[in-house]
Design a protein around this ligand. Sequence first.
Ligand code: C5P
Length: 238
Amino acid sequence: MIGRPAAAAERLIVALDLAEVEPAAALARALRGSVGLVKVGLELFIAAGPAGVAHIAEAGVPVFLDLKLHDIPNTVAGAVRSAARLGAAMLTLHAAGGAAMIAAAREAAETAARPRPLLLAVTVLTSLEGPDLDAIGLAGPAEAAVLRLARLALAAGADGLVCSPREVAALRAAFGPDPVLVVPGIRPAGSLADDQRRTMTPAEAVAAGADWLVIGRPITRTPDPLAAARAIATSLAA
Ligand code: C5P
């Protein structure tokens, strides 16, 4: 299982939110040694499949497979085995799939491959607000649902959580230093405004207790992604 990041650069997970595998693999090659992992999400995975993931992995950067699994325990266990065989270093699943689903995922990860993928639970999607949560039956403040689902996921065997920067401090206060916290919604100081809201800078998120930072466009949509990644790592080391 991948260990917690030691150096600042290792904290960076670059989101390869692209539809085509070749530019994604080229980015991974360019960033090798200057970031901790690259993240492959649904768009790229559905376009390029396991062969695309294998191609990206050839760059030599560990791959975070962000597929947010959510199905019956037996199906998710099979998906985790397949992801482990692909060499995924991290994998996401929805805490709302329930304790049995997460326990089955953990057991599958333990038995499928060494080193096993780190299992990260997604609690409440940050795209959902009050009325959306009411509509899907998650009444009450979002923070309460986040804590409830986080507790369930960690007790059932998740290694950690994907969470927004604004949730990090509360999750650390509730669960201590053990759970791995992987945090998107990060914007380096001076970034251009985009669709991310309630962001934190890399240094703020780490100070709050984040282990890894998921950063996409502030690295990938710049003329020099390697320079952008290095500048972020430097801002963390300072
Ligand atoms: O380009 P940007 O830095 O916004 O990319 C952030 C990545 O993290 C994207 O892949 C996005 O899907 C993911 N993510 C997020 N917020 C969440 C969960 C995942 O931005 N709550």
